[in-house]
Design a protein around this ligand. Structure first.
Ligand code: BTN
Length: 264
């Protein structure tokens, strides 16, 4: 089913926004906003916000997120499950949803870096930031490099990021791409709600790529080992040289750094 659209001017914002509907979503589009996550904070479930440019894009760990023209800056409001385990798994589920969408576009070399950085080989293609501003609803912020060039604005990103244009000769238009990602996101959120987590952990374990040496920051305590995926409870599994595994609850892990395999 195609998207329908109309032009409106929201009372709280002077810029005109386009509102479109497709696949159970309502998408608000703006030319420039500080952060789409903040705009989405007061919106109902299954509503999303896209902006051409963010002037104060937010990344994980209070970092800023370069949001130049030509990238997809999207925030989607989804209901949060009542079930504790499904609620915790949301962060992994959104990474899987974005990978599912990008696989539909045949992006090669796709993998996830725990918990939900979307990588192409060793370069970051997309990042996700989940906020919860009100009970029962989560805002899923998706930053996907498309034809923009973040490394031109921040030299420290050189050789660390990539964009869809490197793999697709003509990447989809941003609104179409937004609806495609939203379709996959909705599918996965509903599946998580209906089926619980087992299917998720099974599928996501195929997306970490080859096992690699990582360092976990457990709030100041550091553990190094081979990351071999998540177990049936969603805990990270770290294996040492002797093949012994340790398991870490996701909320214990502040950060995971990938180290070259030769270092262990
Ligand atoms: C990360 O640090 O990897 C997460 C980056 C998330 C960026 C997106 S862009 C759309 C949404 N609005 C924001 O301010 N941040 C998220």
């Amino acid at each position: 089913m195609g998207a329908t659209s109309e032009f409106v001017t929201p009372a709280e914002n002077v810029s005109p926004a386009r509102i479109s509907r497709d696949g159970g979503w309502i998408l608000h589009e703006y030319p420039v906003v500080p952060s789409t996550n903040l705009l989405a904070a007061s919106l109902p479930a299954w509503t999303a916000v896209r902006a051409d440019i963010q002037t104060a894009g937010r990344g994980r760990f209070q970092r800023s997120w370069i949001s130049d023209r030509g990238g997809l800056w999207l925030s989607a409001v989804v209901p949060v499950s009542q079930e504790e385990r499904a609620r915790r798994a949301l962060s992994l589920a959104v990474g899987l949803a974005i990978c599912n969408a990008l696989q539909e576009l045949h992006v090669p070399g796709l993998r996830l870096r725990w918990p939900n950085d979307v990588m192409v080989n060793d370069r970051k293609l997309a990042g996700l930031l989940i906020d919860q501003f009100v009970p029962g609803l989560a805002v899923i912020g998706i930053g996907l490099n498309v034809i923009n060039q973040p490394e031109a604005l921040d030299r420290s990103l050189k050789n660390r990021t990539t964009r869809l244009a490197e793999f697709l000769p003509s990447p989809p238009a941003l609104a179409g791409l937004a609806f495609m990602l939203l379709r996959h996101l909705r599918e996965l959120v509903l599946e998580l709600d209906h089926q619980g987590t087992p299917f998720l952990f099974l599928r996501i374990n195929q997306l970490w790529g080859a096992p690699r040496v990582v360092e976990l920051d457990l709030d100041g305590i550091f553990r190094r080992g081979l990351f071999t995926g998540v177990d049936a409870a969603g805990r990270l599994r770290l294996t040492d040289e002797l093949g012994n595994s340790c398991f870490y609850e996701a909320h214990q892990v502040r950060h995971l750094t990938e180290i070259q395999p030769s270092i262990l």
